[in-house]
Write a protein of this length. Structure first.
Length: 157
């Protein structure tokens, strides 16, 4: 199957729902006292994270229309929405708790680095919902980089 670029409103919406909190909250509510030292991880993980971010945006916005068009809400869509809801709850916890950098990586229930885990899970659920192999592949690459970098940040470098 050839993939031809075609704008996906649902893909754009998913992108905004996942990325907007980070951009808005870090801009409006930066951590008091700063973030601390950059995590010490191999450059490959940083590249995977950054390239994965860009690739996710491109795939969601331009290569998922055929995957999401007419797709009914199913268990994967519900799980994606649940991950997004939990993601937003963690952001509220961070802001309500005084915007401390430690709250960005503090576990939620039994889940470590929840601000990294929940968006990754939401992306993987979106890929499953849309039966989108391209989205699954770029989300998996992003996950490896993002989770590794976030884990290193949580561990203090």
């Amino acid at each position: 199957m050839k993939m031809k670029p075609e704008f996906s409103a649902i893909g754009l919406m998913i992108s905004i729902l996942i990325l907007l909190p980070s951009m808005v909250f870090f801009t409006l509510f930066p951590p008091k006292g700063g973030l601390g030292a950059e995590p010490s991880v191999h450059a490959v993980f940083i590249y995977l994270e950054r390239i994965g971010q860009m690739a996710i945006l491109l795939v969601l916005i331009f290569f998922t229309k055929q995957h999401f068009s007419g797709r009914p809400f199913n268990v994967w869509a519900v799980l994606m929405a649940a991950c997004l809801l939990l993601y937003y709850i963690i952001w509220v916890r961070y802001i309500a708790g005084g915007q401390h950098a430690a709250d960005l990586t503090r576990p939620f229930l039994f889940i470590p680095i929840p601000l990294a885990v929940f968006p990754v899970c939401a992306l993987l659920c979106a890929a499953a919902w849309g039966h989108s192999l391209p989205l699954a592949l770029v989300a998996a690459a992003f996950a490896v980089g993002h989770l590794t970098v976030s884990w290193a940040s949580a561990a203090g470098g």
